[in-house]
Design a protein around this ligand. Structure first.
Ligand SMILES: [Fe+2]
Length: 283
């Protein structure tokens, strides 16, 4: 068997139907890379995946990024299973792009559902290419000229309005220094996408009120249903998202329900580039 595809929405998300051997032997890896950039999210359902399969599949698409020395990390609010990520769960309830504190975010992440929430817990993805491409030429030109500052603390404060000093220290600028990026990513392919996320704390050259107003307006545009795919997890689902052309968030769920996803992340392959060169803001 090779593969067939079924689009999950018109603008984002495609289910790929294939068998485990085809998925992991690299035979369709080139096609999947093209499809991933085009569709943002690819779903593989009904395959019995092991950790080794997930790693093998990931390796056919790119270079696996070790996270704290591991190829696979547990994404769960259970601190015993995931001491590294558990505390960040509520921050993921807000749209973001992974790694906007660096100049080269991961290319993609591959999630495998081990245990799902009985209610909530969907992962929602927004197509940041489509959001930009649908704007008028005037709007595109205006956004193209903007630089923004991303901060880990900004998104975490949304989730934790009264943080402890320890939390502030953990999120803070010493760990993830604010990063300056263009608002619009000029990809090597020639396509452009928004780098829109609740990690943006300010727009360079605007006062806080103007900046907050524009960001709220952009987020309300970005959250229009046609740009969003909301994934209802089933145990065993394997899903990959293009982290360079989508934003994502998790629908709130009962943190004690045992929701558990295994994640493999692929190293970024191109730095965020705009019409100007980004640089790290010194603090
Ligand atoms: Fe994330």
């Amino acid at each position: 068997m090779s593969y067939t595809t079924v689009d999950l929405t018109p603008r984002i998300g495609t289910e790929v139907k294939t068998d485990l051997e085809t998925l992991t032997n690299g035979a369709i890896a080139r096609d999947l890379r093209v499809l991933l950039e085009k569709r943002g999210v690819l779903l593989f359902r009904g395959l019995k995946i092991t950790d080794e399969d997930q790693i093998k599949f990931a390796s056919t698409l790119g270079t696996i990024r070790l996270e704290h020395g591991l190829q696979i990390t547990k994404i769960t609010p259970d601190e015993a299973k995931s001491p590294i990520f558990a505390d960040y769960t509520k921050g993921t309830y807000y749209f973001h792009i992974d790694g906007t504190y660096t100049d080269m975010p991961g290319l993609a992440s591959i999630l495998h559902a081990r245990s799902v929430a009985p209610a909530g817990g969907q992962t929602e993805f927004g197509n940041t290419y489509a959001m930009y491409e649908d704007m008028s030429a005037e709007e595109q030109e205006f956004l193209d000229g903007l630089a923004v500052i991303h901060s880990a603390e900004k998104i975490q404060r949304l989730a934790n309005p009264n943080p402890t000093p320890e939390q502030i220290a953990a999120w803070g600028e010493r760990v993830n220094p604010p990063e300056r990026h263009p608002m619009v990513w000029h990809h090597r392919s020639g396509r452009k996408s928004l780098i829109l996320a609740h990690t943006i704390k300010s727009i360079v050259g605007m006062n806080q009120g103007e900046s907050d107003e524009l960001l709220a307006k952009l987020m309300s545009w970005a959250e229009k249903p046609e740009y969003i795919y909301s994934h209802n997890w089933q145990v065993g689902d394997l899903l990959i998202w293009d982290n360079t052309g989508t934003m994502h968030r998790v629908v709130p769920f009962d943190l004690s329900c045992g929701r558990e996803l295994d994640r493999v992340t692929l190293l970024g392959e191109e730095p965020i580039t705009g019409p100007f060169r980004y640089h790290t803001v010194s603090t």
